[in-house]
Design a protein around this ligand. Structure first.
Ligand code: NAD
Ligand code: MG
Length: 395
């Protein structure tokens, strides 16, 4: 068993911390080569002191100075860098063979793409990167020759339920008829849309089953998360959009399913704990301890499944429309959603306006072919500007 060298983009976030939890119990298998964070300098310093990576990256020069001082005090020789180019350096120069892509949002795109080009094993949590640039990203993975392992629990479940041959050759479907993505329905599953007007960020972030970062928690409440996941599944598994279905499953025990031509449905089950898909991706094709409690099926009263209600979750309909439109529509959807969610969390934009901002941004901009990364980044910037303008108009 060779030592896997791991760079973690977004190590101070929910996925980053869970990744280090798994790595911590397997020092014989994994070595951390790079850790990155935007602003949480104290937490990053603690991580660097424990895991001694070659490189650490933060967003600003001030943050880098603060981190350098904290590490000098402890005689840690980690090289501290800052800025977005340094995220790429962490991937290409730290000596890693594996990259956990766990930055939230579009900020993760460029370093994740660099990992794909460089032929690394990419553990993909940062679904926004794939939503923005699915075609280019999958091409980059192919050219780079590395392995792509989905970390999003639904996609990890589907990956586990597909034949291994499928993932090597998605054009031949091996009897796969449909992918069923499960969704808890979030904290407002049974709340009528009229009662959502005064929802606060704290209420939206209180997910019933999963503990996650604030942006994805809001996306789960609006179900934009599931919309982004449909687009993510489309690119990862190469099936037509009509074959990707959503099932509301409030217990979050079945993490997703694959329906086959012969009538079989394969499901992956487990606790709602991200350490399971993270451990799976880190050790694949082996299985290692993840520190996750065993699933006690006999203790569960029931497992239920139902169809989602698109009227109650307008973001889901917007994501399907953007997926069908293709081109840069998913990039625009993602950018507008990031701005609207940020405004809801930090500037008091009413909860029900999130979908309105996304819808108006999508109709203000044309969808064009997403054929270069420069174009995708410029459409992303333009959509952010339009979304900000829409929000100003709503104030
Ligand atoms: P989080 O907010 O907890 O952490 C985000 C990390 O990214 C932090 O380390 C932060 O410092 C860093 N970061 C944020 N903005 C940055 C920027 N502009 N530049 C550089 N670094 C930046 O988020 P999370 O919940 O861990 O989610 C991370 C990604 O994983 C998201 O794309 C999310 O959709 C996906 N994901 C998360 C979960 C989960 O359970 N948390 C499950 C499935 C998928
Ligand atoms: Mg998910």
């Amino acid at each position: 068993m060779s030592l896997r060298q791991v760079a973690i983009l977004g190590s101070t976030g929910s996925i980053g911390v869970n990744t280090l939890d798994v790595i911590r119990v397997h020092p014989d298998r994994f070595k951390v080569t790079a850790l990155t964070a935007a602003k949480q300098i104290d937490r990053l310093a603690e991580q660097c002191i424990e895991f001694k990576p070659a490189i650490a990256v933060v967003a600003s020069a001030e943050g880098a100075a603060e981190l350098s001082q904290l590490l000098r005090d402890k005689n840690i020789s980690t090289h501290v860098l800052y800025g977005s180019d340094a995220l790429v350096t962490a991937v290409t120069e730290s000596g890693c063979d594996t990259v956990m892509a766990a930055i939230v949002g579009a900020a993760g795109l460029v370093p994740t793409l660099a990992a794909a080009h460089a032929g690394k094993r990419v553990l993909l949590a940062n679904k926004e990167a794939l939503v923005m640039s699915g075609d280019l990203f999958m091409q980059a993975m192919k050219q780079g020759g590395g392995e792509l392992l989905p970390i999003d629990s639904e996609h990890n479940a589907i990956f586990q339920c597909l034949p291994e041959r499928f993932t090597k050759s998605p054009s031949d479907h091996f009897g796969v008829e449909e992918l069923w993505l499960t969704a808890s329905g979030g904290p407002f599953r049974d709340v009528s849309i009229g009662d959502l007007a005064s929802i606060t960020p704290e209420q939206a972030c209180a997910h019933p089953n999963w503990v996650m970062g604030r942006k994805i928690s809001v996306d789960s409440a609006t179900m934009m998360n599931k919309g982004l996941e449909v687009i993510e599944a489309f690119w990862l598994f190469g099936l037509a959009l009509e074959k990707i279905k959503i099932l509301i499953h409030p217990q979050s025990v079945v993490h997703s399913m694959v329906r086959y031509r012969d009538g079989s449905v394969l499901a992956q089950m487990g606790q709602p704990d991200m350490r399971t898909p993270i451990a799976y991706g880190l050790a694949w094709p082996e299985r290692i301890h993840a520190g996750v409690a065993p699933l006690g099926l006999a203790q569960l009263a029931n497992l239920s499944f139902s169809e989602p209600n698109l009227t109650q979750f307008p973001c889901l309909g917007l994501a399907f429309a953007a997926a069908r439109a293709g081109g840069t529509s998913p990039t625009i959807l993602n950018a507008a959603n990031e701005i609207a969610v940020g405004a809801f969390l930090d500037e008091g934009l009413p909860y029900l306006r999130i979908s309105e901002v996304v819808e108006r941004t999508l109709s203000a901009l044309p969808s064009v072919a997403a054929d270069s990364i420069e174009l995708i980044l410029s459409v992303d910037a333009q959509a952010r500007q339009v979304a900000r303008h829409v929000i100003e108009g709503l104030k």
